[in-house]
Design a protein around this ligand. Structure first.
Ligand SMILES: NC(=O)c1ccc[n+]([C@@H]2O[C@H](COP(=O)([O-])OP(=O)(O)OC[C@H]3O[C@@H](n4cnc5c(N)ncnc54)[C@H](O)[C@@H]3O)[C@@H](O)[C@H]2O)c1
Length: 395
């Protein structure tokens, strides 16, 4: 694939590192930057033949098959519309829009134009997520009841993130979008998110948006996706997930302290890992950052899907659903109540079985639990089916 990369900031850099790594046959052939100097430097450093300060020129380049949008949130819509008008496949970073309305307009546009669209939610493509997800699909932990996803770091690296008019919000829109999609991925993307309750506050930073939030997303089958986000967490970037099923559980640490620890008294001198706060003392580098963050598997899925005429794992409909969930979160922060998730067109299941996992002990009892006690006795707690009484017995 020949790619036009829009944006030469942090994500443009990570995406290009991923695309040009490991002798990839997919190449960035053109890069758009608003600065001539930055575009030329980025092109030279990454072996990209052309650069331009004209977005239109980048998306309509006849050699380009796929446009990748790595621009600030307020520019996603304009860039995607330009790519769709040029008839190009378009991949967009997270969040798709600054709110559900903008994301819906974007979705309508690419569907009407009939172009391929992929939502670049890298964290559902991390190697750990992919393995954990496959295990969940195989029934390794039974029905998923609860997913907790946490992303916390000391705050974003560019001015526009901190301006809600440009970004659409604070830590929820920036980090919550990842955590919400991780929850959907484990719970089941065809299960409708129905309502949310969310707390958010501006505890530390002198900004108009939230720098902390915790939210619960309730799904139609009763499963809960919990997200925790912070722009004030000290010590690096935490990306942690927990999945609780009826028959098992999973815990994932995707980034900080994942088994690579270094102590440096003089300092490593330079970059350690994304959002690392120091380059001396105890350091937690990451082996292959673009791989651990999911970018390699994400682009492989996108390009395979384009070649095979399939849908990728994540497309703009997913981006739209995530934006709709975040809209409900912002509403709940204000009302302090559960708020419905308003989805214009639900494309998943209409009917789902409520989560229930009653285990029959015998004809007359449900099993509540079984345990071996410190003195060696084995005991069961049972519920009588007829009268509902809870009893225990040694077995
Ligand atoms: N894990 C992820 O998926 C991930 C990580 C970081 C950022 N992002 C997303 O990527 C997008 C860009 O974020 P970033 O971290 O690369 O930001 P950044 O500030 O590092 O880079 C933004 C780029 O856009 C350019 N730009 C800024 N204002 C512009 C304007 N008015 N016109 C044209 N170009 C302009 C900048 O010069 C820069 O090249 C955002 O949507 C962000 O949410 C995703």
């Amino acid at each position: 694939m020949n790619i036009a990369m829009l944006g030469t900031g942090l994500i443009g850099t990570f995406y290009t590192m991923s695309l040009h790594g490991l002798r990839s046959r997919d190449k960035v052939v053109s890069v758009y930057s608003r600065s001539e100097e930055r575009g030329a430097k980025f092109a030279k450093e990454n072996n990209i033949p052309r650069w331009t300060t004209n977005l239109q020129e980048a998306v309509s380049d006849p050699e380009v098959d796929v446009v990748v949008v790595g621009l600030p949130n307020d520019l996603h819509k304009e860039a995607i519309f330009a790519a769709a008008d040029a008839g190009k496949a378009v991949l967009c970073t997270k969040p798709l829009g600054r709110n559900g309305r903008e994301a819906w307009e974007i979705l309508q546009k690419v569907e009407q134009a009939g172009v391929f669209h992929g939502y670049l939610e890298d964290l559902v493509y991390s190697p750990k997520h992919l393995k954990a997800h496959a295990s969940v699909e195989n029934g390794a932990i039974g029905k998923v009841l609860w997913v907790r996803s946490r992303e916390a770091h000391p705050g974003p690296h560019s001015d526009w993130f901190w301006n809600p008019e440009k970004s659409g919000g604070g830590a929820i829109i920036d980090l919550g979008c990842h955590c919400i999609e991780i929850g959907r991925s484990f719970i089941g993307k065809n299960i409708r998110p129905v309502e949310v309750v969310c707390w958010a506050d501006t505890q530390v930073k002198p900004i108009a948006a939230e720098d902390h939030a915790i939210g619960l997303v309730k799904y139609q089958n009763g499963a809960i996706g919990q997200f925790e986000v912070s722009w004030c967490f000290r010590g690096g970037m935490e990306l942690k997930d927990e999945v609780a099923g009826v028959d098992g559980s999973i815990r994932l640490d995707n980034f900080l302290r994942t088994g690579f620890e270094m102590f440096s008294a003089p300092g490593k001198k330079g970059y350690v890992a994304e959002k690392a706060e120091s380059d001396s003392g105890w350091l937690f580098p990451v082996g292959d950052e673009v791989h651990e963050l999911g970018y390699n598997d994400m682009f492989a899925d996108m390009f395979n899907a384009i070649e095979q005429g399939k849908k990728p794992i994540e497309d703009f409909y997913d981006g739209y659903v995530v934006n709709a969930i975040m809209d409900a979160c912002y509403k709940s922060v204000k009302t302090k109540k559960w708020e419905p998730v308003e989805i214009k067109e639900w494309r998943g299941l209409d009917e789902v079985e409520p989560l229930s996992a009653f285990v029959e002990y015998d004809e007359n009892h449900w099993l509540v639990k079984e345990e071996i006690l410190p003195d060696g006795r084995k005991k069961v707690i049972l519920k009588e089916k007829a009268g509902g009484e809870i009893i225990e017995k040694d077995i």
